[in-house]
Design a protein around this ligand. Sequence first.
Ligand code: NAD
Ligand code: ZN
Length: 351
Amino acid sequence: MKALTLPEVGRVACEEVSNPQLQHSRDALVRVTTSAICGSDLHVYHGRIQGVEPGVPIGHEYVGIVESIGEGVRRFRPGDRVTGSFFNACGHCWACQRGLFSQCDQAGLFGFGPRFGGLGGTQAELVRIPDADYTLVALPEEISDEQGILVGDVLSTAYFAVQRGEIRPGDAVAVVGAGPVGLLAVELSFIFGAAQVIALDRVPNRLMRAESLGATPVAADANAVKRVRGLTRGRGADVVIEAVGHADALKLALQVARGFATISAAGVYTENALPVSMGRAFAKDFTLRAGMANVQAVFGPVIELLTRGRIHPERLVTHRLPLAEGPHGYQLFDQRQALKVLLEVSRAPSR
Ligand code: NAD
Ligand code: ZN
């Protein structure tokens, strides 16, 4: 099959690799119709996530059709149209039984190499989905591929991060980073009751996008902290959502937060230390939340918001490329010339 791979850091290729096979009774094979490129893929692309092997498919966003299932799969049948989480969860361990799927004993990430479970990626014609019953989710017909592709990761990640910000009606929310996750966090912050959302980024057209969603745009430069204070009667943001994944952005998120604020970080971090002293944490009384999004736990509300037309994440899509042009898609997204790149992998069989 054809798949995108990382022959070396900073270079993606589309090449022929061997087809994945069912390995365990709870596996499904999914024929990917649409894949996409995520900000997390850029961490792989730039070598911030180490150990990704050449010749192995990368990527973790997918919509597709179940091709075949192991005998232990109960909830899906060949022909079902699905998307799924960017990580598998067994559904049975201590963590899964409490709904903490991202802490599953068996969890692995698709397309992040052996340090993260070594699962093949989804920027590929076929992908093996372990624990299909708890990793996949069926897509209702009202949800298009362009919407569904965002359910398995960025939309659910934004939902998870915003939910953990504990926004109260009337709050001023700052969103640091206006990529796909940040822009969806802007929309969701209003849904969760924010009176004001301030979006911070360095890229002017991303700030313009945030503004079109109702946010107040602020350039993430040396004056950013002053600007946010000015917009919040001098106190700083009540809730901060961080959607970048670099230490300088987390530092900015902490600086724009008022005392007793909650800072909810969605960014993928590989840094060893927090960019904040315990002294400052003591002085500010803040709550910091960070981590991998527990996406399986929020599929329900996210699908509800989509089917009822309350959120339109498909508006983020700026590029649709065939899989073979994936390497170019990575360049466009990395250089911020694209906001969301979809990869058209194969056509769904007509039913
Ligand atoms: P993206 O790369 O498109 O977005 C990042 C945005 O941050 C860009 O618009 C960039 O211009 C901006 N930025 C960079 N440095 C900044 C700074 N110092 N201050 C303000 N803005 C800055 O990626 P995305 O797809 O929106 O993903 C955002 C982050 O979320 C990434 O780190 C990604 O890995 C992470 N992510 C995490 C999870 C999870 O489970 N927690 C899931 C999906 C994505
Ligand atoms: Zn992702």
